[in-house]
Design a protein around this ligand. Structure first.
Ligand code: C2O
Ligand code: CU
Ligand code: CU
Length: 460
């Protein structure tokens, strides 16, 4: 941090500043945290000329601040809950200590209104991560509480700019106000989609970026429901990392399937001439949807993709497949309905889903055993079987797993924390159980998570 104020250090490049209007309050006393992250009610103009009220956010106003830290750097964050309900903050993808993971009743008590809780986070891996509440999860995420967390490689890989893109929907009516955040009918199926797609809380934003420069686009799908394929039209673009882990060789940025919780780092070489554009497109059933425009400005920097160094690999252990024990998980309906459990972290009032026939409502205390107990240091194959006609992005906290095979399609041998399990698909993934604790394991379609599709795995 030599020669840099802490503020500059955390905020990083000016591109980050442009993407976030947040301000940080840093105190000078040793006892205060590096970062203050208040949870607040807010309002914002998402639909032109209509201020959306009853939004929830991190910080004072606008979209959640992008938090940046270096690989292995420790960062203390004071979360003060100014909401009139309980909350908790989870750092999605970080393989850090279980006590910092932010899951109610599993790793800590919910943060009551008016309370401050200190998190001490760090990451052994570099890459694009994000953060969100894990209490009253549907309400709080749907109303705005999703932010990006960037862990920087120790050395620059050669980009001129770095642009986080927080991609999500809001369920708003024509007047810009929230409509019901879910319907039970859809919660029992694919989940309830939003009505307005945004990038950094803006509809179809345009970013001015230097002509001929190399830009690292960091896409994070923080939406509660939407699965989609993304592509870049214009310029030259390659996928260089997925879910924070570098891909062995760059992939074309033409058909990037991302489900809730997933991320993609895309190297974009901006068009050469001023005024030319590259566009981020989401392909929906209704056709392509423009998400963001990157407009070339100024004299060309004349950079080329070949100027980029490959991203260093993260220190994830290779599972030992010959000695791995197989653990079976079946994602399905709830066998016999079941009663929703009330807790201060809220309930949607329904139980639809289960893992291995056990529903857990995720944010509730419960007499619930771990779905599996893994021995620290041993390798496991998780056999994920989807017994439903819906897709489920399956997310495991605190550990990275490797995609092995599917009975429906070829799978690239990538490490991830969130894998999209297609309808009726069976997928094998493998991991080394090298991080101790109780790790939440759930579908990242939040309505599914909140109505039973949750459990946890223990490493001891
Ligand atoms: Cu991003 Cu348990 O979640
Ligand atoms: Cu997570
Ligand atoms: Cu699901």
């Amino acid at each position: 941090m030599l020669g840099m104020s802490r503020r500059e250090f955390l905020l990083g490049t000016s591109a980050t500043l442009a993407a976030s209007t947040a301000t940080y309050a840093f105190a000078n006393k040793a006892l205060s945290a590096d970062l203050q992250l208040p949870l607040n009610y807010t309002s914002h103009e998402i639909v032109p000329e209509n201020i959306t009220n009853q939004m929830m956010g991190f910080g004072t106003d606008g979209p959640a601040p992008t938090i940046r830290l270096k690989q292995h750097q420790k960062l203390s964050i004071d979360v003060t809950n100014n909401l009139r309900e309980a909350s908790i903050v989870h750092w999605h993808g970080l393989r850090h200590e279980n006590a910092q993971d932010g899951v109610p009743y599993l790793t800590q008590k919910p943060i009551a209104m008016g309370e401050t809780h200190r998190y001490d986070i760090w990451s052994p891996d570099a890459g694009t991560f994000w953060y969100h509440p894990h209490c009253n999860t549907l309400d709080q995420m749907a109303r705005g509480m999703t932010g990006m967390l960037i862990v920087e490689e120790p050395e620059e890989v050669g980009f001129d700019q770095d642009l986080p893109l927080n991609i999500r929907d809001f369920r708003l009516g024509n007047d810009g106000q929230f409509v019901s955040l879910f319907t039970p009918r859809l919660a029992a199926r694919g989940g309830t989609l939003g009505t307005i797609s945004t990038v950094n809380w803006r509809q179809k934003p345009t970013y001015d970026l230097t002509s001929g420069s190399l830009v690292r686009l960091r896409l994070a799908v923080t939406d509660v429901t939407r699965v989609g394929t993304y592509q870049i039209n214009g310029g030259q673009a390659q996928v260089i990392a997925l879910d924070s882990h570098p891909v062995p060789a760059p992939l074309p940025a033409t058909d990037v399937l991302l489900s809730p919780g997933q991320r993609a780092d895309i190297a974009l070489r901006m068009p050469e001439r001023e005024g030319e554009t590259a566009k981020l497109i989401l392909n929906t059933l209704a056709g392509p949807r423009l998400m963001a425009t990157f407009r070339a400005v100024g004299r060309s920097l004349g950079r080329s993709m070949a100027d980029l160094k490959p991203l260093p690999n993260n220190p994830v252990k290779e599972p030992d497949l010959t000695n791995a024990e197989i653990l079976d998980f079946t994602f399905g309906w709830t066998p016999d309905g079941g009663e929703p459990l009330e807790s201060i972290c809220g309930s949607l009032g329904y139980v639809f889903w289960s893992i291995n026939r056990k529903p857990w409502l995720g944010d509730t205390p419960g007499p619930l055993d771990p779905l599996a107990v893994m021995k620290k240091g041993k390798s496991y194959i998780l056999r994920l079987r989807n017994n439903t006609p819906n897709d489920h992005p399956i997310h495991l906290h605190g550990l990275a797993f490797k995609l092995l095979r599917s009975d429906k399609r070829p799978l690239p041998p990538l490490f991830t924390d969130t894998a999209l399990l297609l309808s009726d698909e069976t997928m094998d993934v493998a991991l080394v159980a090298d991080n101790e604790g109780d790790w939440a394991f759930h579908c990242h379609v939040i309505e599914h998570q909140k109505t039973g599709l949750t459990g946890y795995l223990r490493v001891e």
